[in-house]
Ligand binder design. Structure first.
Ligand SMILES: [Zn+2]
Length: 438
């Protein structure tokens, strides 16, 4: 099946798609009308959740869904948190387990206790494929060969759904999976003669450093944060255009994708209601102010989420995008709440380490551990194509981060170990792991 064509003037394929899915004509396709659609679907979602999920029946007992008319009304509802997801499955489920076609278990080693589980019906997964198809259309043309570096072995995995979407678009997916061994994967990639590569930033960068110069038209990075140095390295090595996708399992894998103007993500507003709130509060941010992304699913049946706090920080871009899309646009993710480490003299986060270490032509990955003992210690395991000889040089570069240099001057121990030429297995999202004194 080829990509459905909508009769729409906008250069951004997401516009025509969201308009079609929300039932809006080109003339009516604007922010105000989208919001009317979203409130209607939000009312449907609350009604559905209260009827079928024991958790939401209790949590929303005082809420009259049909009295909800505006975003101000939405803000009176309680949040759903990551802890709620860990503690309340399967009571968050709205359908019986035999209507579920895919369960995703997320590592929550940082929080202790049970893992997060997300449940999807075939219809929920179809909505994801639909978004992937039209999101990829921003950078993919029929006939393109697209390498997929996401895991794709299991039915319903990210790689598997993306491959299905690409076939519908008329492109050829080449499922390479996670590049455990970057040099073998680099050889496979070279032999695949691809136009486009889609994957997690750290995996794509590792391959670029292994393949060296190669013809690639575009790259799609999917993550919650991409270091500027990583983008620059990819553009330099492959001469490609770098696009970014922002999504998480809780969003149904897909959330938003940037356009050729590269000024932030255009969001999947037909399936998601997005709020930006001042961190730790229920107050909306001012335009351009940094806030926490809170999502409500609008079309999901298996396990809808109402006002889910993602912990990701971004800001709303209010000026019109050069592509002209009226879709909500979020700036690139600025980080996560709770993940920066306070060195006592200032904040250090993974993004700051990424900027320095991934700019090196050999480093493909690293893991950071901050041990909070009587003498604090920051240790970095480094995976690099250049071997261990460059560790002293990397240490010098790290000390160009002012807060780190300052902390080392005041007694922080900083050590680096070389762990080989392969990507490191991270438990959950890449972040600085904090170990407390025993
Ligand atoms: Zn745009």
């Amino acid at each position: 099946m080829n990509m459905p064509r909508f009769n729409f003037a906008s250069p951004n394929p997401l516009d025509a798609w969201v308009a079609a899915r929300t039932g809006l004509s080109e003339a009516d396709f604007c922010h105000t009308q989208l919001q009317v659609y979203q409130i209607d679907r939000f009312v449907d979602t609350v009604t559905w959740a209260k009827l079928h999920s024991p958790y939401y029946r209790h949590a929303l007992a005082d809420v009259n869904a049909h009295a909800l008319r505006s975003l101000e009304d939405v803000r009176r509802l309680p949040f759903t948190t990551a802890e709620d997801l860990c503690r309340n499955n399967p009571t968050l489920l709205c359908v019986s387990q035999n209507e579920i076609s895919r369960i995703v278990t997320l590592d929550t080693s940082g929080t202790g206790g049970s893992p997060k589980r997300l449940y999807f019906t075939p219809e929920d997964q179809e909505a994801t494929i639909d978004f992937f198809l039209h999101g990829m259309a921003v950078l993919t043309r029929p006939g393109d060969r697209v390498a997929i570096l996401f895991p794709g072995e299991r039915p319903g995995s990210v790689g598997g759904l993306l491959a299905l979407a690409l076939r519908r678009l008329g492109a050829t997916p080449i499922l390479l999976g996670w590049p455990h061994d970057s040099e073998t994967a680099a050889l496979q990639l070279k032999n695949s003669h691809v136009d486009i590569i889609a994957g997690a930033p750290i995996a794509v960068l590792a391959l670029a450093k292994s393949t060296g110069a190669m013809q690639v038209r575009s790259v799609l990075l999917s993550s919650d944060h991409v270091a500027q140095s990583l983008r620059n390295s990819l553009e330099k090595i492959w001469g490609c255009e770098v696009f970014e996708h922002y999504g998480m399992t809780e969003m149904g894998l897909g959330g938003g994708v940037d356009c050729t103007a590269h000024t932030g993500y255009h969001m999947r507003e037909n399936d998601l209601l997005i709020e930006l709130l001042q961190p730790g509060s229920n107050e909306p941010t001012q335009p351009e102010e940094l806030g926490e992304i809170v999502i409500s699913t609008l079309t999901r049946r298996g396990m809808p989420l109402i006002r889910y706090r993602t912990g990701d920080l971004s800001r709303l871009r209010t000026e019109t995008c050069p592509c002209g899309s009226p879709l909500m646009r979020l700036d690139y993710i600025h980080g996560r709440i709770g993940t920066p480490v306070n060195l006592g003299l200032g904040i250090l986060n993974m993004a700051m380490l990424d900027e320095v270490l991934l700019a090196d032509n050999g480093v493909i990955d690293f893991a950071a551990t901050y041990r909070l003992t009587s003498s604090p210690h920051l240790h970095l395991d480094i995976a690099s194509l250049n071997g261990e000889d460059e560790l002293p040089l990397l240490k010098c570069r790290l000390l160009e981060i002012p807060v780190l240099a300052h902390a080392v001057d005041h007694g922080l121990q900083l050590s680096l170990s070389y762990v080989g030429r392969e990507l490191i297995k991270h438990a959950g999202k890449r972040r600085i792991h904090v170990e407390m004194a025993p």
